[in-house]
Design a protein around this ligand. Structure first.
Ligand code: GCU
Length: 615
């Protein structure tokens, strides 16, 4: 009998090993997930704080087969199970754990999340079920009904798994192991000036798609030889689509009702469409370009068999000519502001339409036509709301400061995050710049890493501008020279400078600038800190008057920079940072905001607003 039991146990554990190693279910990110019917998995999730990852490793630090992902329950009175999701506390998802449980305010480590959900299999009959996460910071292992479906690294980009074969009729569960510990080889690396908010920070949904569905599509306006020519006879729209299977002969239909456009295309052997068509005559007369003044979006429907997805698409062109940025063929000055993805009041990861509308309305009030979404991709609603409000966007990946330039895994991680950022947002007309780095120290390894990344970005999207925030750290005889090898890889030369705060506090009026590249220039950061409500002489640091004077002097200095095409001062709103600890002034907030962490305007707000009015 004993021998049989041991044999059964061995067969069982082999079975578990095999299923646990069943191929993961990662599939390419579905384009425009908001355009699909889906079952939301937002809401209360149980969670277990697992400081020593007891739920993942055995006491020899080997991955265990009996981990929390099994959601095991005692079968007999003597059974030993030392966890129970059902009896564990709950937290509202999406959210960061830091602001949901005060014991987790500073916590960096693993937290397990558990969600039970019902599925009516008729909802998925013949369809596929994609489990979609808007973002999980930072390292996520995902399990459905005890089976490992995937491991995702990167805290700010979406991912999805095909879990169709794992779902049961009735009760199912999804379990996520989230670990936000920092490491030198990560992206970002182990130091960064923002709060390390951990958790399932954006929406979770179960998306129903046909067996063969539209995995991706792109719609955009081709540049004209010379924009702005009066006698335009036609405009060319490029359209591409990709099915999730390499199936030829599938019909894909594109309709833009307002322009009375209805076009059909047939997929090639790779399941792809790559085509262009013209807008002429009566259509052209009605055709409106997207711009900050007129953020025109067209209702677009794309159908393929049973799969119809609708989207809102704006048409515009973006390019550079010498030191100018041209939107729809006309020079534009980018009146911007930098923004972190943090709620408008009281901190925590921003993740709702309301968060987006509040932050963007503040930028509008400032007179902005442009925002730098720092230092990582923000939630999708932020980009889409900005598009509706006529606000152009600089979107970036967190290749920030001292990245492990020689580590191939770090490069792959950066590439993946760049791919996911562009994959999610490449149909948003208002995104004009993809940024690949911020304030990275010069070295041959860094130049190779970023040069490759810039070239890779262009293979994903050759319609937008590539940039990165370089840095100018000092002046000799009041002359600041930008000298960065990366200038040849970017379309727009951008750099941060902190004259008046980190250096040369009284010398902004004397400063000159030498930027020896015939490309547009964006000052991607300048500014200084102030505690809202702290007043005093303008030479006293941390007063609103000090910050106000810094903005007055910096704006006057920027007016003297040849080829300045825009700026995104640092920053719209005070934000949490573990690096800012001055009691009574910072209290773990970076105070460079023009708004306080409670949404109160500081005096410098009015300086920048006035300067933009004159632009
Ligand atoms: C840097 C960095 C920001 C940081 C800012 C500051 O330029 O890019 O992330 O918050 O300076 O020092 O406040």
């Amino acid at each position: 009998m004993k021998g049989n039991k041991r044999l059964l146990a061995a067969i069982f554990s082999l079975g578990c090993m095999l299923t646990a190693w069943a191929a993961d279910k990662d599939v390419p990110l579905i384009q425009n997930v908001m355009g699909y019917e889906s079952q939301s998995l937002n809401g209360a999730w149980n969670y277990i704080v697992d400081v020593q990852e007891e739920g993942y490793y055995d006491y020899r630090m080997n991955p265990t087969r009996w981990g929390f992902f099994q959601n095991a329950k005692p079968q007999k009175p003597e059974d030993l199970i030392e966890y129970d999701f059902d009896k564990s506390p709950t937290m509202q998802i999406p959210s960061d754990w830091n602001t949901q449980d005060e014991k987790l305010f500073f916590y960096e480590g693993t937290v397990w999340f558990y969600k039970q959900f019902r599925v009516d299999s008729s909802a998925f009959r013949g369809n596929r079920a994609l489990l979609y996460f808007g973002a999980v910071n930072y390292d996520a292992h995902v399990y459905v009904n005890g089976q490992h479906v995937g491991h995702h690294i990167g805290g700010f980009t979406p991912f999805n798994y095909d879990v169709t074969d794992l779902l049961k009729d009735g009760e199912n569960n999804v379990i996520v192991k989230v670990d936000n510990k920092r490491h030198a080889e990560d992206v970002p690396t182990q130091i960064f000036d923002w709060w390390n908010y951990g958790g399932i920070t954006r929406d979770v949904k179960l998306v129903s798609v046909p067996a063969v569905y539209l995995e991706d599509y792109s719609l955009g306006l081709e540049k004209m030889k010379s924009e702005g020519v009066k006698s335009v006879k036609s405009r060319t729209i490029s359209f591409s689509a990709k099915l999730n299977k390499a199936e030829a002969g599938q019909q894909v239909t594109l309709s833009i009702p307002e322009l009375k456009i209805e076009k059909s295309f047939t997929t090639d052997a790779d399941g792809k469409v790559n085509s262009q068509f013209s807008i002429v005559n009566s259509q052209l007369k009605k055709f409106q370009l997207w711009s900050p003044e007129n953020p025109k979006l067209y209702q677009v429907k794309i159908s393929m068999g049973a799969n119809t997805v609708s989207d809102e698409i704006g048409f515009r062109t973006i390019e550079t000519r010498d030191k100018q940025i041209l939107l729809n063929g006309k020079p534009i000055f980018l009146k911007g502001i930098s923004i972190h993805n943090e709620k408008p009041n009281g901190g925590g990861r921003a993740n709702s339409v309301e968060d987006a509308r509040t932050l963007l309305s503040w930028a509008k009030e400032l007179g902005c036509n442009f925002v730098r979404l720092a230092h990582y991709p923000h939630h999708e609603e932020m980009v889409r709301e900005a598009e509706k409000m006529g606000i152009l966007v600089w979107s970036e990946i967190p290749v920030y400061w001292t990245i492990a330039w020689k580590n191939p895994k770090t490069y792959e991680n950066a590439k993946n995050q760049l791919t996911d950022m562009i994959s999610r947002d490449h149909n948003r007309a208002n995104i004009i710049i993809w940024s690949i780095a911020n304030e990275t120290p010069h070295s041959p390894e860094r130049d190779t890493f970023l040069g490759n990344l810039a070239q890779y970005a262009r293979t994903l999207d050759n319609t937008r501008l590539i940039s990165m925030a370089m840095e100018v750290t000092g002046a000799s005889n009041y002359v600041n020279r930008l000298n960065d090898n990366m200038n040849k890889y970017v379309d727009v030369v951008s750099f941060n400078q902190y004259i008046g705060w980190y250096r040369d506090v009284n010398d902004a009026p004397k400063m000159k600038w030498e930027i020896p590249y015939n490309k547009p220039v964006i000052i991607s950061e300048f500014g200084g800190g102030a505690r809202y409500g702290l007043h005093g002489p303008k030479n006293q640091r941390w007063t609103e008057e000090f910050q106000e004077n810094l903005y007055i002097e910096n704006c006057a200095m920027l007016d003297k920079i040849d080829g300045l095409a825009g700026t995104t001062p640092w920053i719209l709103k005070d934000f949490r940072s573990p690096r800012r600890v001055l009691p009574g002034v910072q209290d773990y907030y970076n105070r460079k905001g023009l708004f306080s962490d409670k949404g109160e305007k500081k005096k410098a707000f009015y300086v920048l607003k006035k300067w933009y009015e004159g632009k």
